[in-house]
Structures are given as C-alpha cells and as structure tokens.
Design a protein around this ligand. Structure first.
Ligand code: AR6
Length: 173
C-alpha cells in the first residue's frame, strides 16, 4: 500500500509518530524556532544525546524522543538561504531524502517534518514546500516500509503552500 502523506497545521512537538525531524543547526545545539521547541519539550536529555553524537564520528543524527510523544528525533541541517545560486535547493532536498532513508533503514514507519529552512534560515516557503513534496514523493517510491509522512505546518499559510505543492506533484493517472 502506498504511504499516506498528510498535512497538519500545528506544533510538531505534539505528534505521536515514530520520528519527528528537527530543523537543526550544525552543532546540533538547542536553538530557536522549531529546534528550540523540540528541545524544550524533550527535556535536557536530548541536548546531552546530541552533544555526544555530534562529538562521535560519524555523527549519528537520530536520537530518542525522551519526553516527546514521538519515539525518535532525526536531526536535519537545512541550508541557509543565500539567493538560490548556492545549491540550496539540492541541500534542502537532501534533508528530506536522508531523513526518510534513515527512518526506513531503521524500521520507522511514520515520520513528521517541519518546513525545514523556512524560518531563521530564510528559504522561500513556496519553493521549499515544492521541493519537500517532490522529494518525499520520489523517495517514498523506493521506501515501501514507510507508511505515513506528515508535513507539520506552523500556520495556515504554510499549510496552504504544502497543499498546493502536493497537488502540483501528484502522480498522473
Ligand atoms: N512546530 C512546527 N513547526 C514549527 C514550530 C513548531 N513547534 N516552530 C516553528 N516552526 P526554524 P530553520 C516552523 O527557524 O529555518 C534554529 O535555531 C517555522 O514557522 O525553526 O531551518 C536551529 O537551531 C518554520 O516554518 O528552522 C537552527 O539554528 C519552520 O518551522 C535554525 O534555527 C522552520 O523554522 C534553523 O532554521
């Protein structure tokens, strides 16, 4: 059965899924935005787990969820928007693809994404939603173990952009 792709509007830290994806920074340190919200709700154990995985080569970007309803947190470092000529689109696609691949390789079935890079990192939200929708659809075709992907949108505008992006990338019958 093909995976379900849902869009929800709200706070990703309330979702009881196998993994939520964190829009992280390279140091995997608690920051602002969705990252700050995830760390606050997970508790200090998440920052401690991040510190030890950031220090251990190769970095292991999957942690337990601790006090979150999600079982795991997958850290993805999105690109900082610099005008679009610095490979930002490919880097953003890599975030979605790598997170889904990691989830599939470790047997996770449901995963929720925030709109990576579209806050503090300044990636245009409409382009980002399209890249997210296209990359998730492409990757799911190769990853039958994943049953549900959630785009967790913070606000109505983001919800509508993801709705439009999913419609624009829907497979033709
Ligand atoms: N649930 C879902 N989405 C949220 C939430 C939430 N609780 N809070 C914010 N968003 P951002 P970035 C949305 O800035 O652009 C951090 O400090 C938000 O509206 O969190 O990738 C990190 O540590 C936006 O649509 O991430 C990095 O340093 C989206 O999440 C840096 O910011 C992403 O916004 C990463 O910047």
């Amino acid at each position: 059965m093909p995976a379900r792709i849902d869009i929800v509007e709200g706070d990703i830290t309330s979702l009881p899924v196998d993994a939520i994806v964190n829009a992280a920074n390279e140091a995997l340190a608690p920051g602002g935005g969705v990252c700050g919200a995830i760390h606050r709700k997970a508790g200090p154990e998440l920052a401690a787990a991040c510190a030890s995985s950031a220090a251990a080569p190769p970095a292991r970007p999957r942690c337990a969820g601790f006090r979150l309803p999600a079982r795991h947190v997958i850290h993805a470092v999105g690109p900082v928007w610099g005008g679009g000529e610095r490979g930002e689109g490919k880097l953003l696609a890599d975030c979605y693809r790598n997170a889904l691949n990691l989830a599939a390789e470790t047997g996770l079935k449901s995963i929720a994404f925030p709109a990576i890079s579209t806050g503090i990192y300044g990636f245009p939200a409409d382009r980002a939603a399209f890249i997210a929708a296209r990359t998730v659809r492409e990757t799911l075709r190769q990853r039958p173990g994943i049953e549900r992907v959630v785009f967790c949108c913070f606000g109505r505008e983001s919800y509508e952009l993801h709705e439009a992006a999913l419609a624009a990338t829907a497979p033709q019958d």
